[in-house]
Design a binder for this molecule. Structure first.
Ligand code: 5CA
Length: 438
């Protein structure tokens, strides 16, 4: 992509309303634009990151044995009346009436709709387990939408729903998702810590939030310091394994969100307790038969009885993660994207646009790297070097190729690593070879 053609309305100044660094950098780099309170358009740079995160989540869900489907954003009120949550959900639910006076709503979550789909499609234990997910926009009319996409009113969530025959199977599914979440967040360069949490309006009695620690986090959390250095699950994982030992390891030390904080029964030394702030990027729930009973999602068991199916749900805040990753990875000059979620892999800065040899070297690199499968953003604008450097640092691409007339005369460019700031002088060919090997 040529930068001159890319819609990236960068801002020099920090917008007054942006109180936390991720919101400031997302606005300044032109990733998002507010449409109304807590509702944003995703501009091309932001959408690229959102899609990368979505794809990592999708790959990890598929690998864990989940199937993707897509439910609508608008749901009928009838199913929420069946579960009893229509009134309970209160003002956070956006209620809509259609032209035929039918009550509808913009889904804040999908337990009811998936249960309705399940009961219409699955009748016997032989078809279990089932793990279904979608990646869809949600709407919650939050009292105080704030911090940009961190707490939006419209936000993108991955929500998985599980259906099992009995508690033991449901627990196995819960454990599988627990491990899948550790892996998913690690792929984005994040250490997300599972913490025992309240289940809130979703319900149920077993629930963990996954939080990344950050001073700007909205949640107050408490945990044993050793959890912060636990090893993440290994790369090659077999989902037929029993994950109880991994889950036990992560849950036996104290780690809770503030609603669950109670040290009265703990034997925890004061010096081992970390109290910190965190960003909730995922939340998993086991709620058993809460919805299947009220909504009649029954299956025939091996003994021929009709029994309510055991359920759980598992959410990841995909749009919140964009901001969460920035909170975890930035410096004073801007964002530092982990390679796995970067909007482009490489940025090329042409320090002398219009100079024939600079232009042709940059164009050559741009096309060769593109052909090798890299996403490249090429700054060929007629702008001052300082502006180009500042923009490139702000948007945080992992690699910058800096080409100036003096170097190009000798066939060399500078390769800069955004995370470390290290710069290497390299010939054009060695740059190409280097990326060919990645
Ligand atoms: N149905 C369940 C799980 S599938 C559910 O709705 N869980 S949740 O309420 O915990 O939301 C899942 C994730 O969505 C949260 O962990 C959080 O990362 C994200 N999320 C929740 N509310 C917002 C919001 N207002 N803005 C951005 N992300 C949000």
């Amino acid at each position: 992509m040529y930068l001159s053609r890319f819609l990236m309305p960068t801002l020099k100044e920090n917008p007054a309303e942006a109180q936390i660094v991720s919101h400031r950098y997302m606005m300044r780099s032109g990733m998002i634009r507010q449409s109304s309170a807590g509702i944003y358009s995703w501009l091309p740079l932001g959408l690229r990151v959102l899609k990368k995160i979505e794809q990592i989540v999708r790959e990890e869900q598929n690998f864990a044995g989940c199937q993707e489907l897509l439910m609508p954003t608008i749901q009928p009120a009838t199913i929420w009346r069946e579960s009893g949550r229509y009134e309970d959900y209160g003002k956070e639910m956006l209620r809509i009436t259609d032209r035929h006076e039918r009550e509808m709503l913009y889904g804040p979550t999908n337990e009811e709709l998936i249960t309705e789909i399940f009961r219409g499609s699955v009748r016997t234990y032989k078809d279990l387990p089932k793990l279904l997910y979608h990646i869809q926009w949600k709407f919650r009319d939050e009292v105080r939408p704030r911090f940009g996409v961190m707490r939006g009113r419209e936000f993108l969530m991955k929500d998985t729903y599980s259906f099992d025959l009995n508690f033991d199977d449901a627990k196995k599914t819960y454990n599988k998702m627990f491990v899948a979440y550790l892996r998913t967040f690690a792929r984005m360069g994040l250490r997300a810590i599972p913490m025992a949490a309240d289940s809130g309006p979703i319900g149920g009695d077993m629930s963990h939030e996954f939080l990344i620690l950050a001073d700007t986090g909205e949640s107050e959390v408490f945990c044993h310091k050793d959890i912060l250095s636990f090893e993440l699950p290994k790369d090659n994982i077999d989902y037929n394994e029993d994950f109880q030992p991994i889950v036990d390891k992560w849950t036996e030390l104290y780690a809770v969100t503030d609603e669950k904080h109670n040290l009265s029964k703990e034997s925890l030394l004061a010096e081992d307790l970390v109290s910190a702030r965190g960003i909730e990027v995922g939340h998993i729930f086991y709620f058993g038969t809460k919805y299947s009973k009220t909504m009649n999602a029954f299956i025939s068991s091996p003994s021929g009885q009709e029994i309510p199916v055991e359920m759980g749900s598992y959410g990841i805040g995909i749009s919140r993660l964009v901001a969460g990753i920035i909170e975890a990875s930035h410096d004073d000059d801007g964002i530092i994207w982990p390679e796995s979620v970067a909007p482009f892999d490489i940025g090329i800065i042409n320090l002398s646009s219009g100079n024939e040899s600079c232009d042709s070297a940059c164009e050559d690199l741009y096309f060769q790297l593109g052909n090798a499968g890299f996403d490249v953003l090429y700054d060929e604008r007629d702008e001052r070097a300082g502006v180009k450097f500042a923009n490139m640092d702000l948007i945080g691409l992992p690699w910058q190729i800096i080409a100036g007339p003096r170097g190009i005369k000798n066939g060399v460019i500078e390769l800069k690593n955004r995370a470390t700031g290290e710069k290497d002088e390299m010939t054009l060919n060695s740059v190409l070879n280097r990326f060919a090997r990645i």
